[in-house]
Design a protein around this ligand. Structure first.
Ligand code: CMC
Length: 414
């Protein structure tokens, strides 16, 4: 809820030495968590949280998920329109030209502790890329755009190289004849993925590409608004995304499903039989901060349209792979949540069914959030480019709630 605060002392117009009158600054408003505050303009994605609509440049997300590719979606987000055939071909080739890591970079990844969390590794390595760029600070739009494409193209190799390193496997070099999605899975597993798996993964990349002024995108825009640099903005955004209230929730969903399975095993019961008491217990502890991960959203008060798509999708993959257990558990959780808190506007968000989808594709749990990051770099970079075009420094204010005119008490009297 936004509230307008009266400034402590109403500032009167101040006269500059030259006699010009400075305008009053706008009256500050306060909204905890910045809820309902418009802080930037964008042409990339539109969200109607009440109706459950998400569009990229006006195109419903469902149409893109069904018909587009990740490469085409990135072109759309960065150019404000769908590409013609030749334009998409040129853009795809440019992206593939960036698959390779700088010389010596794989060695750098292989010095990372094998026990490191992939998101910490990713944040550190994306930041390190700046040191291999002869001109990391250039912020003119054409150069910033090249940096965006380079970071987007190189991130799959960073994640795959690290995962193989921790498994004691050699690095697999990228293949420029493969799409973004297929190349990543190829570098990760050392073999080409099937068409069905590639398509599933490509769709996940499309669905995660952009989403208004979410926390990590805001972080990226805040950082670039100081005219810092593309690497710093993307690095900061990765740090934001990993939190469990944001992109880290997809890993938490999987951990919750694992926890239910373990608990059922310890009680000699089927997981489906303990879901109801498990969820009811968590809901009962809501005031202590307990959450059902993958549910709720600051903007959506109905089902997140990405979750609707991923639900159908994860059911399809689960059916194809003959492993419907996790899908059925998720579906049961959704039913209970709808019954208990649907009226409060708490519905599945993108992370809920993406967890089971990634699991069905064969990805390890701690790679789920890096997958989100790998796609969202396109959104972050697009917002950085929008911010640079007509930038104004982000500098909100605080509502001071501490004391005034406090005495400075000498050390021996405290
Ligand atoms: N489980 C149980 N209760 C919930 C949940 C949940 N997942 N989400 C919200 N609530 C309740 C909350 O307890 C509160 O109830 P009350 O009014 O009785 O105090 C009410 O709903 C409002 O919650 P809030 O925390 O004030 O809402 P918010 O807008 O600040 O938070 C959220 C949004 C996403 C952080 C929150 O819904 C949440 O913690 N969800 C679980 C984590 C999650 O799935 N995050 C992924 C978000 S979507 C993908 C992304 O952007 O990364």
């Amino acid at each position: 809820m936004s509230t307008t605060m009266t400034p402590p002392s109403s500032p009167s117009p101040t006269s500059s030495p030259a006699g010009a009158v400075a305008a009053n600054p706008p009256a500050p408003t306060w909204s905890k968590g910045l809820e309902g505050i418009i802080a930037a303009e964008t042409k990339m994605s539109f969200i109607d949280g009440a109706k459950g609509i998400l569009e990229y440049v006006g195109i419903p997300i469902d149409d893109l998920a069904r018909n587009s590719s990740f490469e085409e979606t990135v072109y759309l987000l960065w150019n404000g329109r769908l590409p013609k055939r030749a334009e998409l071909e040129a853009f795809t080739q440019e992206l593939r030209g960036n698959y390779e890591l700088p010389a010596g970079f794989v060695d750098r990844i292989q010095t990372c502790p094998k026990a490191a969390a992939p998101m910490h590794m990713l944040r550190t390595m994306v930041s390190s890329l700046s040191m291999y760029d002869a001109n990391p600070d250039a912020n003119d739009i054409p150069t910033a755009r090249k940096k965006a494409l380079a970071i987007l193209g190189q991130t799959p190799a960073i994640i795959a190289a690290f995962d193989r390193h921790r498994r004691g496997l050699p690095f697999v070099a990228p293949r420029k004849d493969l799409s973004f999605a297929a190349n990543f899975l190829y570098m990760l597993n050392g073999k080409e993925p099937t068409e069905a798996v590639t398509r599933a993964f490509d769709v996940c990349m499309i669905l995660h590409a952009d989403h208004g002024l979410n926390n990590s995108t805001f972080t990226a825009r805040v950082i670039i608004s100081t005219l810092s640099d593309m690497y710093s903005a993307i690095t900061g955004a990765i740090g934001s995304l990993r939190g469990p209230l944001h992109g880290g929730a997809n890993e938490e969903v999987m951990e919750m499903l694992n926890e239910i399975e373990q608990l059922a095993k310890s009680q000699n019961k089927a997981p489906m039989d303990i879901i109801e008491p498990f969820i009811m217990d968590r809901l009962a502890r809501r005031n202590e901060g307990a959450r059902i991960m993958g549910f709720g959203h600051r903007v959506y008060k109905t089902i997140d349209p990405r979750a609707t798509f991923l639900k159908t999708f994860s059911k399809q993959i689960a059916t194809d792979t003959g492993n419907l257990k996790l899908y059925e558990m998720s579906s049961r959780i959704e039913d209970i949540m709808k019954r208990e808190v649907g009226a409060k506007g708490i519905y599945p968000n993108v992370d809920f069914y993406s967890a089971t989808t990634y699991h069905s594709i064969g990805l390890k749990l701690d790679l789920f959030t890096p997958m989100f990051a790998m796609s969202r770099i396109s959104g972050w970079a697009g917002h950085v480019l929008e911010q640079l075009d007509g930038n104004r420094l982000f500098r909100p204010t605080t509502k001071y709630v501490g004391p005034h005119d406090a005495p400075y008490v000498p050390m021996d009297k405290r």
